[in-house]
Design a protein around this ligand. Structure first.
Ligand SMILES: Cc1cc2nc3c(=O)[nH]c(=O)nc-3n(C[C@H](O)[C@H](O)[C@H](O)COP(=O)(O)OP(=O)(O)OC[C@H]3O[C@@H](n4cnc5c(N)ncnc54)[C@H](O)[C@@H]3O)c2cc1C
Length: 550
């Protein structure tokens, strides 16, 4: 069967199909968890639908530290099975999406009065290498104080006693989510952003067999039916559960974390760093010409739809940086952007708040609504497998393993890192006459992977029109993301498709008019809609570059 592109222009027909078909599995939530389940279920040959009330990855899945963790963090809590699983998972995600997953050297300094000493760090990293199945060339090295200071001259020599250097994998969380969703669509799943589940439909036996949903773009109501409904709404899982039954047993507690971004030359660390500050782990991660830092952690009880970064949280991170890198003089005005996200921790009636779980868990209500909560970006494939095996068990079928281990994501059709370099070289050869530097081509390949040429062909088309280079590139990119990545709003484009809001906030202001005009043309917006879209994007930009006085 021919598959339509993952395009906002196909939206009316996908809505129609969703209403007409009877699905095997319907997923509520288009973060990494929901997208992962859609891909797993589709590769098993099932009929799958997924709805997302906002944009794909607009929840926590665009607001993480953006690491495919090897699980070192979990070693601290003696969580050996998690270290083992995340270690092998990061290798799989790397193989399937090489353009989005980059091994980075992580410098872990030993700091006076913190929990690690040379012996425990060495033992920990050795165990980690073994449990996580770390490749030979990526195994850790331990350094004494002198070599540590040579490796990172910015460290505070009064508190640093040595270091361990090991490998973590950096990713782009929103693009990873989007590519998993798009790959699920390639495998036959039907996915829609901007469709909100508002109610459940129960059969005469009080089992949930469908949902009522609202198309947030047209205001229309639709009904979608399925044998199994999976609630993968991340921090919203309890809101969704409440539409089904009052919450009993397990419940969510939301923990908030923020990140701040600097120009790379303001925080010019030699490599990524994970340092302990009064017990808390803070990551400092270079990305392109920026360095980002995070995170904080605090219980969150405010509006989940509009999470802001507070000044006190920024000041806390600046203080941590000052203690670790005293020669780097950073002020709040040096922060060029920021983001905040919440993760659900799982509490249970009768247990104390100190016993909140960070693991993923599956629970089912007596109406048959299956909820999956907790977990992390890194474990999305295994979480999806667990959900599908849970459904197999309910169907009294034999448990079968997922095949997504060998499914390359849509932009990840590479079998080695050399192939990525070859693609960059080839595209640079073919498109340099459009005025691109090799670095620009490389940045696009990091974003669109093996699909980059589809975008560059758009640029070549737009080059025949009368636009300056900046407008030409942004218009072509808007067109590519609308027609191939289901960008439906300007904020989808600037936030989740390109991350310009987070890492190139000035570019948002410089290109907003051209991008808005292009999207208006593609999606038939009138002037009011276009102005409203610009206003919403400016609000998102404002939120990233300013902080609440709290
Ligand atoms: C500060 C921080 C840092 C982190 N860093 C890392 C890291 O470096 N590595 C890592 O592996 N993990 C990390 N995590 C964890 C990871 O980000 C999350 O586990 C993961 O993104 C959760 O994905 P999700 O799909 O479950 O939730 P979400 O991404 O929040 O997706 C849920 C979706 O459901 C949608 N939804 C809600 N209600 C409805 C409805 N009624 N109808 C339709 N859709 C609905 C929402 O709009 C949302 O998009 C971090 C988390 C935080 C908070």
């Amino acid at each position: 069967m021919e598959q339509k592109a993952f395009s906002t222009l196909s939206r009316p027909s996908v809505i129609q199909e969703m209403e007409q078909e009877q699905f095997d599995v319907l997923i509520i939530g288009g973060g990494i968890t929901g997208a992962g389940i859609a891909l797993d279920a589709a590769t098993r040959g099932l009929k799958v639908a997924l709805i997302e009330k906002n944009d794909f990855a607009s929840g926590t899945s665009s607001r993480s530290t953006k690491l495919i963790h090897g699980g070192l963090k979990y070693l601290q809590n003696f969580d050996f099975p998690v270290v083992k699983e995340t270690g092998s998972e990061r290798e799989i995600v790397f193989n399937n999406a090489r353009h989005l997953v980059h091994p980075i050297w992580m410098n872990f300094p030993l700091i006076k009065k913190e929990s690690y000493n040379l012996a425990t760090l060495k033992a920990g990293l050795t165990l980690y290498d073994r449990l996580a199945g770390v490749r030979k060339d990526e195994r850790h090295t331990i350094y004494g104080k002198r070599k540590t200071m040579k490796n990172e001259p910015l460290f505070n020599k009064k508190i640093v006693q040595g270091s361990g250097v090991y490998v973590e994998y950096r990713t782009d969380d929103s693009r990873l989510t989007l590519e998993v969703a798009k790959t699920a669509q390639e495998r036959g799943a039907k996915l829609l952003n901007y469709v909100r589940m508002t109610d459940f439909i129960q059969n005469p036996d009080n089992q949930v067999k469908g949902i009522v949903a609202k198309d947030e773009l047209s205001g229309r109501t639709l009904k979608i039916t399925a044998n199994y409904i999976v609630n993968a709404a991340g921090p919203w899982v309890d809101f969704v559960r409440k539409k089904d039954r009052p919450i009993k047993g397990k419940y969510m507690v939301l923990a908030k974390g923020i990140h701040i971004v600097f120009d790379r030359n303001k925080l010019p660390v030699q490599s990524s760093t994970y340092f302990q500050h009064k017990g808390r782990l803070i990551a400092v991660i270079p990305r392109g010409d920026t360095t980002y830092v995070g995170s904080t952690e605090s219980i969150y009880t405010e509006d989940i739809e509009d999470i802001h970064v507070n000044k006190s949280e920024v000041t806390y991170l600046l203080d941590c940086l000052k203690d670790m890198f005293p020669a780097v003089n950073l002020n709040i005005s040096d922060v060029i952007s920021s983001w905040a996200g919440v993760r659900p921790l799982i509490g249970e009636e009768g247990k104390s708040s100190a016993e909140l779980s960070r693991h993923d868990e599956i629970f089912e209500s007596d109406t048959g609504l299956i909820t999956i909560a907790g977990g992390k970006l890194t474990g999305y494939r295994k979480m999806a497998e667990r959900i599908m095996q849970y459904i197999e068990k309910k169907n009294k079928e034999k448990k079968t393993a997922s095949i997504t281990e060998s499914v390359h994501l849509t932009g990840g059709k590479f079998s080695s890192s050399e192939e990525i370099e070859q693609l960059i070289q080839k595209l640079y050869g073919s498109y340099r006459q459009l005025g691109f530097s090799k670095q620009e081509i490389s940045d696009y390949v990091e974003r669109y992977g093996s699909n980059t040429e589809v975008f560059l062909k758009e640029v070549a088309d737009y080059d025949k029109k009368d636009f300056d280079k900046k407008s030409r590139n942004i218009r072509a990119e808007v067109k590519y993301t609308v027609e191939n990545e289901m960008a439906a709003t300007l904020t989808d484009f600037y936030d989740r498709r390109t991350s310009y809001v987070l890492f190139k906030p000035n570019k948002v202001l410089e290109t907003l008019n051209a991008a808005a005009e292009e999207m208006a043309e593609l999606l038939n917006w009138d002037k009011n809609t276009m102005d409203e879209q610009k206003r919403k994007t400016l609000y998102t930009h404002h939120k990233a570059v300013t902080f609440l006085d709290k």
